[in-house]
Design a protein around this ligand. Structure first.
Ligand SMILES: Cc1cc2nc3c(=O)[nH]c(=O)nc-3n(C[C@H](O)[C@H](O)[C@H](O)COP(=O)(O)OP(=O)(O)OC[C@H]3O[C@@H](n4cnc5c(N)ncnc54)[C@H](O)[C@@H]3O)c2cc1C
Length: 482
């Protein structure tokens, strides 16, 4: 089932295990359609597919390859909610609107689940469950969030006490956790490639290597210029994420680009299953420092070390390995086989940008680190708006376009996030200190796997206070978690 390693995609475990998928030819002539979608990430693919399923003609333009960026190379967590905590959403739009937004986010998740199941998409491998684990001992806040989500928002969610967490994840770094049993994880590239095939089956004309280089948004028929052909359409959907800035500079300026780094280990054997007895996805820390999951039976896929500038993923091998050693020293010094990165676009308010910018010009962008369910949601909202005139997308009107501040904004964001991360690490250390003081016995630590396993401190130390030598100072967390 697996295709060859794809040299035009980031070298990664996903590319190495991608299903076979044809390369689509570029646009080489003029085309008239009802709707032109710009960008074939998850947002553009879902929007194009759903509009075509509504009976409209659709052209989907992709500057490079389908899902070559965030959509195909993310952690693969399909979660409910948004990149900002539910409390912040309630504060901004009120409780009733927040409930509607939460329900939409769950519909996005269910769309991904049913699309995979109905089409039996190959190579996607959905696995249930998401644990958001706390590194500090403040159980009250966590329980309050669980009660709010389950009692008032109808979410399927439960809190796990520290004993259950540590029986499941053999590390003393964690305390309580929130478990979302309906969340799941997938192979994102294979999902996107499957979605592209479904879009084509619904009638979408997909063109790769076809950047939209200019748009004339005036008039009933909008014109979209590409290097070798022009598209005329009644509606245009802009789904280009941070790269849309090359086409529309001011729109690009409303997103803060954040690169995140991912790695997969070589096969780790039975020791991995003993350390991580959980088939779902795990996010840890208040600032969501690491996200990880077991793939391919016994490999660990882990992300972290995000930056607001692009960096060579190889710089992060040692620090990601250090993260693994700090959490699970019993695994010994693991070897990293694949390393890659992707860039996400974060808005100032943290919520997606969904809506009609001017008559017939639609935007689906700014999904941050929480894009799997929200791109599916946005695609469906915009399709219903275009095809049926449905105005549910207006729930996102409070989240308007705000300039992200350019270079100064990036610097400010870095400092703020760096500070947040340092604070959260200090809280984690305090929590472990309190635990050690309360218990006369030394805290239970898993046994080392091999004699040559270096002490955890050699691989960055269990408390991770010291950054690894290759760690650029202003690291930012990835907001894959809500
Ligand atoms: C490393 C990483 C890990 C993540 N992990 C998760 C996770 O586990 N769960 C989760 O929910 N979210 C996660 N996210 C976030 C999620 O992946 C993104 O929010 C989502 O994929 C964004 O989809 P998109 O379609 O908007 O953007 P993209 O995937 O970036 O797609 C946009 C496409 O538009 C194209 N394009 C841009 N401009 C033009 C143009 N002018 N003409 C033609 N084409 C154009 C680009 O080439 C690109 O292919 C992660 C993100 C990253 C970077």
């Amino acid at each position: 089932m697996n295709g060859p390693v794809r040299s035009d995609y980031p070298p990664s475990w996903y590319a190495a295990t991608a299903v076979a998928s044809p390369e689509r030819p570029p646009l080489t002539s003029d085309l008239d359609v009802d709707v032109c979608v710009v960008g074939a990430g998850l947002a553009g693919l879902t929007t194009a597919r759903e509009i075509a399923r509504g009976g409209w003609s659709v052209a989907l333009l992709e500057a490079r390859r389908i899902a070559w960026n965030a959509s195909g190379f993310n952690c693969g967590f399909v979660l409910p909610g948004y990149a900002v905590p539910i409390g912040a959403i309630i504060e901004r739009v009120g409780r009733e609107r927040a409930k509607e937004l939460w329900a939409l986010s769950e519909q996005g998740l269910e769309y991904v689940r049913t699309t995979i199941a109905d089409a039996d998409l190959p190579g996607v491998h959905p696995r249930d469950g998401w644990l958001s684990v706390s590194k500090s001992d403040d159980a009250e806040a966590l329980i309050a969030t669980v009660e709010l989500l389950s009692d008032e928002f109808g979410a399927e969610v439960e809190s796990w006490a520290v004993d259950r967490v540590r029986q499941t994840l053999q590390t003393n770094s964690y305390f309580n956790a929130v478990h979302f049993p309906r969340a799941f994880h997938v192979h994102p590239l294979n999902y996107a490639l499957g979605l592209a095939a479904l879009a084509e089956a619904a009638g979408v004309h997909v063109f790769e290597h076809t950047p939209a280089v200019a748009i004339d948004p005036q008039g009933v028929r909008k014109r979209i210029e590409t290097p070798n052909g022009r598209v005329r359409a009644a509606h245009v959907v802009l789904a280009g994420n941070v790269h849309i800035g090359r086409l529309m500079r001011r729109l690009g300026g409303t997103l803060l680009p954040i690169w995140t780094y991912l790695a997969t280990t070589t096969p780790l054997g039975a020791a991995l299953g003993e350390a991580i007895a959980f088939g779902g996805a795990v996010s840890d820390g208040e600032r969501a420092d690491n996200h990880y999951r077991v793939v391919d039976g016994d490999r660990l896929l882990i992300s972290g070390r995000a930056t607001v500038w692009q960096s060579d993923p190889r710089r992060f091998a040692e620090s990601l390995r250090g993260d693994i050693a700090a959490l699970y020293p019993q695994l010994g010094r693991v070897a990293i086989e694949h390393l890659w990165s992707g860039v996400l676009g974060r808005t100032v308010h943290g919520m997606p940008q969904i809506g009609e910018l001017s008559p017939g010009i639609w935007l689906a962008s700014g999904f941050g680190g929480h894009g799997f369910n929200t791109t599916a949601m946005a695609g469906n909202l915009i399709a219903r708006a275009v095809v049926e005139g449905d105005d549910a997308w207006r729930l996102f009107l409070p989240y308007e376009l705000i300039w992200a501040g350019g270079a100064a904004g990036r610097a400010a964001a870095q400092i703020g996030i760096w500070w947040g991360r340092a604070t959260s690490e200090a809280k984690a250390r305090q929590a472990r200190r309190r635990e050690a003081e309360a218990a006369p016995e030394p805290a239970r630590l898993p046994a080392a796997r091999t004699a040559e396993t270096p002490p955890a401190s050699a691989a960055q130390g269990p408390d991770r206070a010291r950054p690894a030598p290759d760690d650029p100072p202003p690291a930012v967390p990835q907001d894959v978690s809500a």
